[in-house]
Design a protein around this ligand. Sequence first.
Ligand SMILES: NC(=O)c1ccc[n+]([C@@H]2O[C@H](COP(=O)([O-])OP(=O)(O)OC[C@H]3O[C@@H](n4cnc5c(N)ncnc54)[C@H](OP(=O)(O)O)[C@@H]3O)[C@@H](O)[C@H]2O)c1
Length: 170
Amino acid sequence: MRVVLLMAITINGYIAGLDDDTDWVKDIDALNQTITEFGVVIMGKRTYLECIKYNVFPYKNALNIVMTHNISLQNKNTDQILFLDKSPKEAVDLLKQRGVKQSLLMGGGHLNGSFLKEGLIDEILLDIHPIIMAKGIHLFESEFSNQQLELLNVQQINDQIIQLRYRIKK
Ligand SMILES: NC(=O)c1ccc[n+]([C@@H]2O[C@H](COP(=O)([O-])OP(=O)(O)OC[C@H]3O[C@@H](n4cnc5c(N)ncnc54)[C@H](OP(=O)(O)O)[C@@H]3O)[C@@H](O)[C@H]2O)c1
């Protein structure tokens, strides 16, 4: 199964401010289009809580997977929402067993780092926003080793945002 990481980032590589500020993210229409195309989104528990705050959870037209060690959240599972207490590898294996061909990894920094560390990300899509942020949450948090990438595409999304598509060399 192909895992594609999609993130809006500042030009200095942050995905949110230290106070979780993402008010600067301006590519929501393109995001929803990509989510529909993939049909499965995977996010960490803190991102899930932010999505609730912004009233965008669950994403429509997709299976929403929330990675959390809080098993009590599994009471909220529906056909469209799956709270999983699993490692990234176990989550990917589960999706493969269900016949899923591709899924969109949607943050945040800690979950991104866990997937990167386990070699589970195939491609990275970065929507680069015209902002420099003094402090914040990095694209990848936690520990991982150096990775070599291949640039696949550069696309201008609108008059402010550039999207870069990379393949992670394995
Ligand atoms: N700019 C963007 O495109 C974008 C996209 C997404 C998110 N964000 C921002 O990113 C921030 C959240 O990122 P974050 O790094 O703080 O949190 P996160 O990665 O969203 O969530 C981390 C939490 O997920 C759970 N988890 C379960 N399995 C995990 C695993 N294998 N690895 C890591 N976490 C796992 C843990 O919660 P439990 O304690 O419940 O187990 C952990 O505390 C928010 O501000 C959000 O708005 C930005």
